[in-house]
Structure formats: structure tokens, C-alpha cells
Design a protein around this ligand. Structure first.
Ligand code: OSB
Ligand code: MG
Length: 368
């Protein structure tokens, strides 16, 4: 296809409740949407970069600038495919979330034109995916338990608690009591610990957790190897896994025995499939992470989660987990699962009237 224009939409989506992690509190989601217009038709992609560079180095203003200045000019006005996109932008180092958003829009345009769903194109094998929910740090334990209780009532099949030093063993113990033995429960530290905290992290072994996600900084594979050898709870990397080669290396070194896959973090859905493949060939289960996506990114995540190696419930929660109103048809839980879209492309319809209503900046159009 020939891309004629890349439109960048910025929207501010209010969250139904504040979301607190070890790196900060969010009250609203500042989202960058990429709308590609080509001779074959249109496509949409969502950039998962956050407003601030606290989860990783990327942030949404930077991602927008990278797309405007470096990525869009490399694909405008010439023959391009989603599969050829990574090569087309190879000279731009890093900025995986920005690249992933553009690649997703190209995939959507290409697959809508071909009449194929993203799930089928990526190799999906399931019509529904099991859903977990990520629960933020709460002001107090009672508030946390009430929130978890609400998610259990909605049917979520797995709970993930955000933890940080000072908010770990007590909340985990209380939530384990609430959900009962055997209910899938896991924790995510978003890099808040160091190896000095080993004894405290080892206390989590008492609660039969599915995994502990990213206790240490992104670059520190060695400390994760040491922790994994010292505790019973499986270690799962998120922030550290930037591509399939790193995933293979981290698995082979014993740093991670489960992998959180986020397409944005690894530079796109095509690389996400390669991460899935290297993990699967090593017998390592994967699950689909989330970044508070709107229906656009959520649709693509659910498609990814339908691949065979995604054997653990993902952070693929319903639209209502974060938003009162979504910019696509809402994703709703059905017995703790979401249906994988089977219509062409990402398989959802973007409500452009709502995208306009939620706009926080003027639309930027980059054209050839
Ligand atoms: O570490 O998985 C994470 C949200 C923003 C940034 C990082 C993370 C998260 C979540 C929420 O845990 C996932 C979701 O529900 O979308
Ligand atoms: Mg995480």
C-alpha cells in the first residue's frame, strides 16, 4: 500500500478510578492514536507510551515527535507493508512504543483491505481469552479488599496486585485470604526493589503466587537471576524484555520463567509474536500485558493473546476497568473472558465522534 497521510490524534481519557503503581498515580490516560490513510484504506494504531517517562524512557510527547519527524517521513508516499516497516525505520534507534503504534496502524489498514482479522494474521488459535485485572496500590487495605472483591464479582480469573516496599506482604496476605487458596494471584513491582530486599521478597513465597513481575530495574538481568534462584515464586520480566533476542537470553540465563508480552514495549505486534515464539520453544508460558489501552489497543492485545503460548490470563481486562466510555465498542467480560475480534483488521470500529470529543490537542497530519 501507499501511505498518503499519517494523522496523529491526542485524547485525554478520564479513568474511572486513579491507578497507582510504584512509579506514580494516574488520574487520566493521555493517549496518542495513529490513523494511517493509504490507497488501500485506513488503519488505526494506539501508542502505549505514558504521559511521563516513569514506566520506561518513552513518553507520549516524545513518541508523537518521533512519529512526526522520523517515522512518518520514512513511510509516506512509497510502497510499504507492515512486515517491511521495521526495516524502513531501522535507522531510528529505540522508540519502540512509537514504532509499534505506526506498525499497528499499518497492520490494521492492510488486514482490513485483505478482509483478514489481526488474530488470524498473527496466528491466533482461540476465540476467547482469559482475563485478569491489574489492581493498583490503594490508600489502605480495606479499600484494596473492596476493589478486589468487586473484580471477583465481575468474574476476573486472575488478580495482579501492584506492590512496592511498604506495600507488599500485608496486602498480599489479606488478598490471599479473600480470594482463597488456589485462586490465581500475582504481583508486579515495576522495578521498585533491589537485591537488598531479597529477604522481604522471599516472604511472598508463603502465598502461592503465580509470579512476581519485574522486581528490579530493567537493565539488571543478573539480579533477577539471583532472585529466581533464591525464591520459589516464579520471576516474570516485563520492563526488561525489549525484543525476542533479549527474551531468549533472559530465559536462557534463568532470569525469567514466565514472560509478560506487551507489543508496545517490544516495538510492535510482529516482534511480540517472535517473543511468543522464543518463549514457547523454550517451554516458557507468556501472558499479554496491558498499558491502560482504549478499545483500539485492547482489540489488538486480545488478538495477540489468542496465540497458543498465551496460557496465563492477561491484563486484558474489560473496557470498564479503566473507562466509563470507550472509543470503540466496549470490551465486556463474558464468564471471565473477552471475545477475540474476528472482523477484518483489529476488528473494532473507532467512534471518531468520541475521539473528537476527547481530543486534548489539535490533530496533526503528516503527509507526503
Ligand atoms: O507494569 O504492567 C505494568 C500499567 C501501566 C504501565 C505498566 C503496567 C501497567 C499495568 C496495568 O499493570 C495493565 C493494564 O491493565 O492495562
Ligand atoms: Mg508490569
Amino acid at each position: 500500500m501507499i501511505v498518503e497521510a499519517v494523522e496523529l490524534h491526542r485524547i485525554a481519557m478520564p479513568l474511572v478510578r486513579p491507578f497507582e503503581t510504584s512509579f506514580g498515580v494516574q488520574h487520566s490516560r493521555d493517549v496518542l492514536l495513529v490513523h494511517v490513510r493509504s490507497d488501500a484504506g485506513d488503519g488505526w494504531g494506539e501508542c502505549v507510551a505514558m504521559a511521563d517517562p516513569f514506566y520506561s524512557a518513552e513518553y507520549v510527547d516524545g513518541a508523537q515527535q518521533i512519529i512526526e519527524r522520523y517515522l512518518a517521513p520514512r513511510i509516506l508516499g512509497r510502497q510499504i507493508t507492515a512486515a517491511g516497516f521495521a526495516d524502513a525505520v531501522h535507522g531510528v534507534v529505540g522508540h519502540r512504543m512509537a514504532k509499534a503504534a505506526v506498525e499497528a496502524a499499518l497492520l490494521d489498514a492492510e488486514l482490513r483491505a485483505a478482509g483478514a482479522s489481526l488474530a488470524s494474521a498473527l496466528g491466533g488459535v482461540r476465540q476467547r481469552v482469559e482475563c485478569g485485572v491489574s489492581v493498583g496500590i490503594a490508600p489502605d487495605l480495606d479499600t484494596l479488599l473492596a476493589e478486589v472483591d468487586g473484580y471477583l464479582a465481575e468474574g476476573y480469573r486472575r488478580i495482579k496486585l501492584k506492590i512496592k516496599p511498604g506495600w507488599d506482604v500485608d496486602p498480599v496476605a489479606r488478598v490471599r485470604d479473600l480470594v482463597g487458596d488456589g485462586f490465581p494471584l500475582q504481583v508486579d513491582a515495576n522495578t521498585a526493589y533491589t537485591l537488598d530486599d531479597l529477604a522481604q521478597l522471599a516472604r511472598l513465597d508463603a502465598f502461592g503466587l503465580l509470579l512476581i513481575e519485574q522486581p528490579f530495574v530493567e537493565e539488571d538481568i543478573a539480579s533477577h537471576v539471583a532472585l529466581a534462584a533464591a525464591i520459589d515464586t516464579p520471576v516474570c520480566l516485563d520492563e526488561s524484555i525489549l525484543d525476542a533476542r533479549i527474551a531468549a537470553d533472559a530465559i536462557d540465563r534463568g532470569a525469567t520463567s514466565v514472560v509478560n508480552i506487551k507489543a508496545g514495549r517490544v516495538g510492535g505486534y510482529l516482534e511480540a509474536v517472535r517473543v511468543h515464539d522464543v518463549a514457547r520453544s523454550r517451554g516458557v508460558p507468556v501472558w499479554c500485558g496491558g498499558m491502560l489501552e482504549t478499545g483500539i489497543g485492547r482489540a489488538a492485545n486480545v488478538a495477540l493473546a489468542s496465540l497458543p503460548g498465551f496460557t496465563l490470563p492477561g491484563d486484558t481486562s474489560a473496557s470498564s476497568r479503566y473507562f466509563a466510555e470507550d472509543i470503540t465498542e466496549p470490551f465486556e467480560l463474558d464468564d471471565g473472558t473477552l471475545h477475540v475480534p474476528d472482523r477484518p483488521g483489529i476488528g473494532v470500529t473507532v467512534r471518531t465522534d468520541l475521539v473528537a470529543d476527547f481530543a486534548s490537542r489539535p490533530v496533526v497530519t503528516v503527509s507526503a
